[in-house]
Ligand binder design. Sequence first.
Ligand SMILES: C[S@@+](CC[C@H](N)C(=O)[O-])C[C@H]1O[C@@H](n2cnc3c(N)ncnc32)[C@H](O)[C@@H]1O
Length: 160
Amino acid sequence: MATRRRRKPPLQDAIEYAARGVDKMAELEVEYINLFKGRGVFAKAHFSKEDFVVEYRGQLINHEESDRRRKTYHKACTVFMFDFQWKEKTWCIDATQEDGSFGRLVNEDHKRSNCKMKKIITEGKPHLCLFALRDIQPGEEVTYNYGGNDWPWRKQVCHK
Ligand SMILES: C[S@@+](CC[C@H](N)C(=O)[O-])C[C@H]1O[C@@H](n2cnc3c(N)ncnc32)[C@H](O)[C@@H]1O
């Protein structure tokens, strides 16, 4: 009888990928969707509920630096700046650089998202990682809820 391979604990998996600074290239791919959404990240393999999927990689900067950059960046770029709380302060992952990483290309779905962003700490530094909220099938777009309530696309209807 075939034995099922034991799944790596999701947190351990996330820590290892964060340390290596790479994405799950065999299990994810980037595809162009349409003019409205741009690109998105799609599963090439099955992910189980709670699995680590992808890290939102970028530059870790403090609140003051994030404020400074927001004033100089084009508005379209600021959507790639992810603010979060750590050690009672506001920090930001600045993923405005097109560095080939997948996390920065994950689109939003505030009604049926299949992932959730969580902060993990490894080697004394925070990392933002997406974990599966439910099983994700190959071909499904990876999405999460960006939070807030004023994203422009939530008001618009898009016909693919
Ligand atoms: C972090 S980027 C995600 C990657 C982006 N699609 C790209 O190709 O660069 C966020 C941007 O993607 C688009 N986006 C994300 N979720 C969307 C959605 N549900 N509907 C339409 N556009 C979306 C918006 O243009 C938003 O400013």
